[in-house]
Design a protein around this ligand. Structure first.
Ligand code: ATP
Ligand code: MG
Ligand code: MG
Length: 352
């Protein structure tokens, strides 16, 4: 088996490593933002957990390796202007958007989107950073010109995401749509294994297939969507394993991390089977308690990072065979978490 080298050394690389361990498939996370030569082998396969990094010695070494995967998809996705253009070109429906390319016409362009818009920095934003809410009458910021796009504010009923994988032969597999709750742009919780309208699942799979095929993509890609009147609009793409797929660690026969490795290492890609129902809850700037482990179906994933307010430091998967059992575990865990986190359990319980 080839060694899989991951650009980035956060939790995603760590969880890829864990997924490779049972097969002794070596996964080596590497920090790309440093100026040292790393020892890469000719047959290593290079993947990413971050979307971009500066042209450092290590960074260039990773990008220039002959087995660096998905350069084209990364190029398209790291700039929201290019990403939205790609989706338009592939006729994948998204929120209406405009390029804010000159200061003079900013207001006019924003007004063309309706009463309210979301201004997003073209590069570097994640977890809702680099975004502003605008409404008719608000001042515009000069810095938005040239560095941002704007999207119409979508009155969605909820958000879902599709996680899928494609291998070099063009074979593709998908998980069922996951329902996600974001607060201030950050994913708080996901629910998976609920009934999903077949029409939504089919359109989402068709669009993500189109995107992955167009880019000759290898590995896992996630597609975030808004649900409006029962129909999907694509929000954005993530060319990597994704937070909304973390439930698959215990909630599916093959996790998103193993699927990604299988696709990269040219191992068989088979459709994961779903085990019962799952909730994933992010630990944002808070630690966990050992007594949580006394609740059926609770699995703690702690990333070993230092605590900072709001920082993603771990997640908890709660996986049970039935809805009634999941409800029971969620209610029990809700009593043991910090007060500020109970809201994530209320949201999850409402979805069941
Ligand atoms: P991620 O951490 O997922 O990469 P991000 O910072 O790239 O997030 P987006 O996914 O673009 O940001 O937006 C974050 C959240 O903000 C969305 O999940 C959604 O809740 C809200 N949002 C973004 N765009 C819109 C929109 N056009 N209309 C309504 N809500 C939006
Ligand atoms: Mg994003
Ligand atoms: Mg997002």
């Amino acid at each position: 088996l080839p060694r899989i080298v991951v650009a980035g050394n956060g939790q995603l690389g760590q969880m890829l490593q864990q997924a490779g361990a049972p097969m002794q498939l070596k996964v080596m996370p590497v920090e790309p933002n440093q100026d040292i030569e790393v020892a890469l082998h000719a047959d290593d396969v290079i993947t990413v957990e971050v979307e971009h990094w500066p042209d450092t010695v290590t960074g260039l070494q990773l990008k220039n390796h002959p087995n660096f995967r998905n350069a084209s998809a990364l190029h398209a996705v790291i700039d929201r202007q290019r990403q939205k253009s790609l989706l338009d070109q592939l006729q994948v429906p998204t929120a209406p958007w405009v390029d804010l390319d000159s200061e003079a016409s900013l207001t006019e362009k924003l007004e063309s989107l309706g009463e309210r818009a979301v201004v997003k920095r073209r590069r570097g934003g994640y977890d809702g950073r680099g975004q502003w809410r605008w409404q008719r009458g608000d001042e515009v910021e000069a810095e938005w010109a040239e560095t941002c796009i704007a999207e119409a504010m979508i009155p969605f009923s909820h958000e879902v995401s599709l996680v899928g994988a494609r291998n070099a032969k063009g074979e593709k597999v998908f998980y069922p749509l996951t329902r996600n709750w974001h607060e201030n742009g950050i994913l708080r919780a996901s629910v998976a294994g609920l009934d999903v309208p077949q029409e939504q699942q089919d359109s989402a799979e068709e669009w993500l297939s189109r995107i992955m095929d167009d880019q000759n993509y290898i590995g896992v890609m996630a597609m975030e969507c808004f649900v409006v009147d029962g129909k999907l609009l694509v929000n954005e793409l993530a060319p990597r394993v994704h937070n909304s797929g973390h439930w698959t660690q215990e909630g599916a026969t093959i996790s998103q991390f193993e699927l990604h490795l299988r696709a990269l290492a040219e191992l068989p890609l088979i459709k994961p089977e779903i085990k019962g129902v799952s909730v994933m809850y992010n630990l944002l700037g808070r630690t966990w308690k050992t007594e949580w482990l006394g609740i059926d179906g609770v699995h703690v994933h702690w990333y070993g990072k230092s605590l900072r307010p709001g920082r993603k430091v771990g997640h908890v998967n709660i996986n049970r065979p039935t809805l009634a059992q999941l409800e029971e575990s969620l209610k029990a865990l809700k009593e043991l978490v910090d007060d500020e986190d109970r809201i994530a359990f209320d949201w999850s319980l409402e979805q069941l």
